[in-house]
Design a protein around this ligand. Structure first.
Ligand SMILES: [Fe+2]
Length: 255
């Protein structure tokens, strides 16, 4: 079986992170799971467990199985292009957008901010969703739904079969490019199936909202009419920073 990574020793994640930490600054800590030959079904140890280097730049999570491991259902060449070219493109685009934002903040000027926010969202969403997508797959026949998964899906959707039918229908009905996504909604503590027809719509999937400013006209038009900037300036005077801190603390505990 062709391996997509150069790592061959079966280090545990903890051992590997430690080894990577000792390997020197500037290297990406490959703290996402690595392919372990012979292991039937790779599992992630964290929801947002992606490689970062000492500057905080994102690395490319290695494919957790060989390029041809999903044959004949998904061919090796598709996997190679998808992971090594497309996923890599999102990674570099995300790092570039973050660097641009840093540069803008340092200068105190935000030229072409809408373009760069769109780049941040498009590439950030692509990076996050592809990380989940590649980890969500394993060679055919190596895993099956446990009783626990069946129960969770049955509680949420009636049955796993019903979940799969709705998920398939939603995914099939995506107009153009996009995703079908099973997600957990913290506010309602419920599972939801979502169509993401354009993941670049100025959001990054998996982001937990901390501080939200409503700039729909209904939020300010009676008082401010078309002066959205004045509304934003004054909105900062009524922000509840205690609540922001509570939300930050809670969100930053999610791993
Ligand atoms: Fe993709």
């Amino acid at each position: 079986m062709e391996s997509s990574t150069s790592h061959s020793s079966p280090l545990s994640r903890r051992q590997f992170v430690g080894a990577a930490g000792l390997a020197g600054m500037g290297m990406f800590a490959a703290n996402s799971m690595q392919a372990a030959e012979g292991s039937p079904a790779p599992t992630s140890t964290g929801l947002f467990d992606v490689p970062r280097n000492s500057k905080g730049e994102y690395g490319l999570p290695p494919l957790p199985y060989a390029y041809d491991a999903l044959e004949p259902h998904i061919d090796a060449e598709t996997m190679r292009l998808h992971h090594d070219i497309h996923f890599e493109g999102y990674r570099t685009g995300l790092n570039k957008a973050i660097a641009k934002m840093t540069e803008f903040r340092q200068k105190g000027e935000f030229p072409e901010i809408s373009y760069w926010e769109n780049q941040l969202a498009f590439n950030g969403a692509g990076y996050n969703l592809h990380t989940v997508f590649f980890e969500n797959m394993a060679p055919a026949g190596t895993t099956e739904p446990s009783a626990a998964v069946d129960k969770i899906l049955a509680d949420a959707f009636g049955s796993r079969k019903a979940f799969q039918e709705q998920f398939s229908a939603a995914s099939k009905a995506v107009q153009g490019s996009g995703w079908g996504i099973l997600g957990y909604q913290p506010f309602g503590k419920r599972l939801v199936i979502l169509q993401a027809e354009k993941h670049q719509n100025l959001t990054q999937w998996a982001v937990i909202p901390i501080l939200a400013l409503d700039v729909w006209e209904h939020a300010y038009y009676l008082k401010y009419q078309n002066k959205r900037g004045d509304y934003i300036t004054n909105w900062w005077k009524v922000v509840n920073w205690d609540n922001v801190e509570q939300r930050l603390e809670a969100a930053m505990k999610v791993t």
